[in-house]
Design a protein around this ligand. Structure first.
Ligand code: IMP
Length: 198
């Protein structure tokens, strides 16, 4: 007899993140995100590390709902900026979630800098019944360029060239990005963990 796939609630309202997670875990879970639960409160990201923020989101949502919850906290760390924007990536330009302003600030801060290296980092937490069950991290190294290039993706994608490529994440497109992104690397670890523990 066929049994229904277990449900995995992704603690995000970012459709790009949900699509990337669904493309990797959709075979074993019915992946839904926070847009299916408009009544859920926004969990404030008050942590100073990606792990603290991911934990706050996963544990907070899993206190309110039955089943497995997966959260993701991610951002861009730039070496010449001492690791900024880091956990403040989504509001770096002064307005939460405004990609244009975030990219404009990054270009201003990086103007004239010769050291261009940085990385996207992603930490994920799996929680159930209000408690963290496991956490995972992935990163992708690359360089920050001066002017945005490309039209796909989101966030800092138009300014980021992954190491070993000569095009930005926005130019490479989601199909290529999903094979090497920080998020896909964290998700590969989850897949391995699920194979052992689920
Ligand atoms: P979060 O939603 O709190 O994880 O914030 C992540 C922020 O980091 C986003 O708003 C983007 O600015 C940036 N970011 C995270 N992942 C990516 C990515 O894959 N591409 C481009 N920007 C990203």
């Amino acid at each position: 007899m066929l049994s229904a796939a277990p449900r995995l609630i992704v603690a995000t309202r970012n459709a790009h993140k949900t699509a990337e997670i669904r493309s990797m875990l959709g075979g074993r879970f019915e992946v839904v995100d926070a847009t299916a639960f408009p009544e859920f409160p926004e969990i404030e990201e008050t942590g100073t590390t990606f792990l603290e923020n991911a934990r706050l989101k996963a544990e907070g949502i899993s206190r309110l709902i039955d089943g497995w919850v997966l959260s993701d906290d991610s951002g861009l760390e730039v070496d010449a900026l001492g690791g900024a924007p880091g956990v403040w990536s989504s509001s770096y330009g002064g307005e939460e979630g405004n990609n244009e302003k975030n990219n404009a600030r990054l270009m201003t801060e990086m103007a004239g800098k010769t050291e261009r290296g940085g990385r996207f980092v992603c930490t994920m937490v799996l929680a159930k019944d209000g408690k963290e069950r496991a956490n995972f991290s992935g990163a992708v190294e690359g360089d920050i360029i001066d002017e945005p290039r490309g039209s796909e993706g989101f966030g800092y994608d138009p300014l980021f060239i992954p190491t070993g490529y000569d095009r930005t994440f926005s130019e490479l497109g989601d199909a290529v990005k999903n094979t090497l992104s920080h998020r896909s690397r964290a998700l590969s670890q989850i897949t391995a963990w699920l194979d052992i523990n689920f």
